[in-house]
Ligand binder design. Structure first.
Ligand code: CTP
Ligand code: CA
Length: 225
């Protein structure tokens, strides 16, 4: 079994973690969001700080306490999250645990959108958001020694995770199967598997706090490899 993250495993390293969802505003009262509690990312940031890292946590809209010793930057949208991440670089490790919205409304309506007649439909045009993880992983000047992505998947979890590992040029991807009772999203527990080029590790299912320690231990291991 992997060692629990202990003091010193990430001593002196600067680690950026993104966590939570992003909200993409449509008008003053409505937004597009996604299901993410932020708990896994916050647990990872807390664990990295306990392991001696200088932790920066870029958090989407969640109501969670800031882990001790972590510098927190609150953002709302994908564009704001990208901006905060770029400002936090350079760093040694990047961990993209946020559930970033893939699309945002093409335009924000400063006035509340009023409904029209019964039976009428409303079409909202959406445009792609920036892929923060891919951009960070391809930046030569970011100083990064290890880039870690997350993927919540259904069906062929391992296949999709390995595709993302290659396509986004990551060093490590942590995948979890969604739609399984007692894991993911709002749960305190999770089940996950990490993949890297030439290896994988299945973490025993359990509390996100323990999984975060296991992940930090694996990150320290992969940095030495
Ligand atoms: N990610 C990101 N910026 C985005 C979308 C995703 O940084 N605009 C990051 C997430 O933080 C996560 C990883 O990319 O670490 C994988 O996210 P995921 O949604 O699984 O991948 P996508 O590339 O968006 O593919 P899809 O949603 O189509 O499966
Ligand atoms: Ca996505």
């Amino acid at each position: 079994a992997p060692a629990a993250a202990g003091p010193g495993l990430l001593q002196g390293l600067r680690v950026i973690v993104t966590a939570g969802p992003t909200y993409e505003d449509l008008d003053p009262v409505r937004y597009l969001g996604n299901r993410s509690s932020g708990k896994m990312g916050f647990a990872v940031a807390a664990s990295a700080a306990r392991a001696g890292a200088e932790g920066v946590l870029v958090a989407g809209p969640v109501q969670l306490p800031t882990p001790p010793g972590v510098q927190r930057v609150d953002v709302r949208s994908a564009v704001q999250m990208r901006q905060a991440v770029m400002e936090a670089l350079p760093a040694d490790v990047y961990i993209g645990a946020a559930a970033v919205a893939d699309y945002t409304p093409r335009s924000f309506s400063p006035s509340k959108i009023k409904k029209t007649g019964a039976g009428q439909t409303l079409t909202v045009e959406l445009v792609r958001t920036p892929d923060i993880l891919s951009e960070v992983a391809s930046r030569e000047d970011a100083g990064l020694k290890l880039v870690v992505g997350f993927a919540a998947e259904t069906d062929d979890v391992a296949g999709y995770a390995r595709q993302k590992l290659a396509a986004k040029r990551l060093d490590l991807i942590v995948a979890n199967r969604v739609g399984v009772p007692g894991s993911g999203f709002e749960s305190d527990d999770n089940a996950m598997t990490a993949y890297w080029n030439g290896g994988e590790r299945e973490f025993p299912p359990g509390p996100k706090v323990r999984l975060a320690d296991d992940l930090v231990a694996l990150i320290a291991e992969r940095m030495r490899a």
